[in-house]
Design a protein around this ligand. Structure first.
Ligand SMILES: [Fe+2]
Length: 203
């Protein structure tokens, strides 16, 4: 899956969870919130580690990317505050609403402004490779084997270096595809991306 489709799928999932949050009550509300937190933490992580570093340098996407980092910080602060609650009260509800509005704004800005500009500055194969790396990072993080980054900027810098060698990433991916595969999500994901890339340059 390419970077844009992967991130958009995440966005749709979170939107659905926010809808569930609105109708849920009591303990169920906190359960739905926990799912939202897990999804958003993971989503922010892969964006900051893989996607944003690729967009920091180009002047067309620089400002929007910087803004996106800041918006993530605000979302994370709200998530942490909301996660401390044992029961839902009016203050919690208000904070959750602000969180939802912040996320909606952020998603809208990404999909309507950042993604189109990113599509202009990145090669199709880079967009595929970034999607693949985000999928891999997600799987790694979900398995809990990922060493969490101490500073997102540090991680971002590292990832930016990696992104510079997208061709390398693509070549690596192609190699992976050529191996006999099992049926893990990671592999099937790579296979798909590999196919697309070798098929045509245009998405
Ligand atoms: Fe984001």
């Amino acid at each position: 899956m390419d970077a844009f489709n992967l991130l958009k799928a995440d966005h749709r999932k979170v939107e659905e969870l926010f809808q569930q949050l609105e109708s849920a009550t009591g303990k169920k509300k906190l359960d739905v919130f926990a799912q939202i937190k897990t999804e958003l933490d993971l989503h922010a992580h892969i964006e900051e580690k893989v996607f944003y570093p690729a967009l920091e340098k180009p002047s067309e996407t620089h400002d929007l990317t910087m803004e996106a980092y800041e918006e993530h910080e605000q979302v994370k602060t709200l998530l942490r505050q909301l996660a401390r609650a044992r029961t839902v009260n009016d203050e919690w509800e208000a904070k959750a609403k602000v969180l939802q509005e912040n996320v909606e704004h952020h998603v809208e800005e990404e999909e309507n402004e950042l993604f189109p500009k990113a599509g202009d500055v990145l090669e199709d194969e880079e967009i595929e490779a970034l999607g693949m790396r985000m999928e891999e990072e997600k799987t790694r993080k979900q398995r809990g084997s990922s060493k969490s980054s101490k500073s997102s900027k540090k991680a971002a810098g590292k990832a930016a270096n990696k992104t510079a060698g997208t061709k390398k990433a693509a070549a690596k991916a192609a190699k992976r595809v050529s191996r006999p595969s099992g049926s893990t999500t990671k592999k099937s994901g790579s296979k798909k991306s590999g196919k697309k890339r070798s098929g045509a340059k245009k998405r």
